[in-house]
Structure formats: C-alpha cells, structure tokens
Write a protein that binds this ligand. Structure first.
Ligand code: DX5
Ligand code: ZN
Length: 238
C-alpha cells in the first residue's frame, strides 16, 4: 500500500489540529511528527505533550519520527501520547533492537531510521522484527532541504534484500520528496513518502498528494498500516 505521510514540521504550529485535518481531507493516511532534541540533531521541535494534545483532534495514524539521543528514555511517553508508529534512529543508541522489541511489545509499530551515511546492511539482521525502515534522504534536522538521490540506492538494496528473504516491510523515505522525485523513490522500493514542504507549502495539498499517488502506481510495495482502530487504546497490527 502506498502512503503519503505529510511532515508537520512544515505546518503552522499555531493551528496544528487544523493542519492535520487539512491533509487528512486531502488524502493523507499518516501524519509524520518530527521530534528533535537539539542533541541528536542540531534543531529542536516538540515532544510528547504536544503530540498528546493534537491526538485529541484526529484519528489519523500518528507516524512519530524520533530524532533524539537514547530514545529508550521516552518511549512510554510517546506510547501514552498516542503514537501508532514509533521510529528511532539506528545511530541514536547502543542497542536499537531492544528498543524496537520494547515498542512492539506494547502493540505499537516500530521502525528504524538510517541517516545518509549509514549503510543499508545494518538493518538486515533486524528486518524481520521491524514494521518499517526509514531511509533518510537528507541529513535529519531541518525541513525544506533537497533530496539526495544517492540515498535511494539504499532503498533499492533493502527492498531487494527483503524480497529475497520473503519479508514484507514498509520502506519510508524522508527529506526533500516532491511529486517530481516520488517516482524515483517508489521505483527504488519505497512505499511511504514523507513530505513536509511539498505538501504544506502547496496551495492545494490534495493536488500534491494525488500527484504522488499517481507517481507510485506501478510499484506496489509494502503492506502499510490501514485505518487506526481504537484511539488511545491498544493498537491493532494487521
Ligand atoms: C527532517 C525531517 C523531515 C522533514 C521533511 O529531519 O525528518 O521529516 O520535515 O521535510 P521536507 O519534506 O520539507 O524535506
Ligand atoms: Zn522526519
């Protein structure tokens, strides 16, 4: 299933709830929530209390991207805040797999993100225990950057490895995605597209999301998470 996950980082934070409603209406299945701590990345955004607060405004799937050091310290907070998918960075802690196992033990989807310099092979041994891999296509920390096309080779490598080993996994790309380069990303094997500025800075979010959907039509990878079931309660993994 192909999914567009608009990144809230490019939205107007003073009306976050309304911004989420807008992209939901425009056809987005996820909202991508970028959490930055000023340590793992040289920028700060928001934390679990803000997510808990906007959780009340929408039942869209909350795709939470943690760009924070030692994320294990805060997993419970993000679970409680209503995250449906929690992504941690491979580079952010000693033992990412144990954090992934913890997240999944709480019936939440779990993903590993890799920065542009991290090789794809690091995720291979964990692939069976992941719901999604996030391949960063820019250096994490800021929205509005240009996509690094060389990162798509890592998407291709992970998709090939997954296919060869019979693993059905979602591959997300994040950073500089636009309707023009979505086809390149989906052709490489991505099926979840994060887009901040492309969606929120457009006069009509629906036009951009529809263009991205069309660009993906030939490449049906990954299963994706469908609708959210029970807001605030146990999440269903399907
Ligand atoms: C960057 C964040 C991205 C960012 C994407 O570190 O992880 O999610 O908001 O924004 P665009 O689509 O503008 O590159
Ligand atoms: Zn992100």
């Amino acid at each position: 299933m192909f999914i567009v996950s608009p990144s809230i980082l490019a939205a107007d934070f003073s009306v976050m709830g309304a911004e989420i409603k807008k992209v939901e209406k425009a056809g987005a299945k996820y909202i991508h929530l970028d959490v930055m701590d000023g340590m793992f990345v040289p920028n700060m955004s928001f934390g679990a209390p803000v997510i808990a607060s906007v959780r009340k405004t929408s039942s869209i799937i909350f795709d939470v991207h943690l760009m924070i050091t030692e994320p294990q310290r805060y997993i419970d907070d993000f679970l409680k805040a209503g995250a449906d998918i929690i992504t941690i960075h491979y580079e952010s802690c000693e033992d990412p797999l144990s954090v992934i196992r913890y997240i999944r033990s709480k019936e939440c989807r779990a993903a590993i993100a890799i920065k542009p310099a991290t090789p794809p092979e690091v995720v291979y041994p964990m692939l069976k225990e992941l719901d999604m891999v996030l391949v960063m296509t820019v250096e994490p920390g800021f929205g509005g950057q240009k996509m690094k096309p060389e990162c798509l080779e890592k998407v291709r490598a992970i998709r090939t490895y997954a296919n060869e080993n019979g693993i059905d996994i979602d591959i997300q790309v994040d950073g500089g995605l636009t309707p023009d380069n979505t086809k390149m990303a989906t052709e490489a094997g991505a099926n979840v597209i994060v887009a901040g500025s492309a969606v929120f800075n457009a006069p009509k979010a629906k036009v951009v999301i529809d263009q991205m959907k069309r660009a993906s039509e030939l490449y049906p990878f990954g299963s994706g998470l469908g609708e959210r079931v029970d807001v605030g309660k146990v999440r269903k993994r399907g």
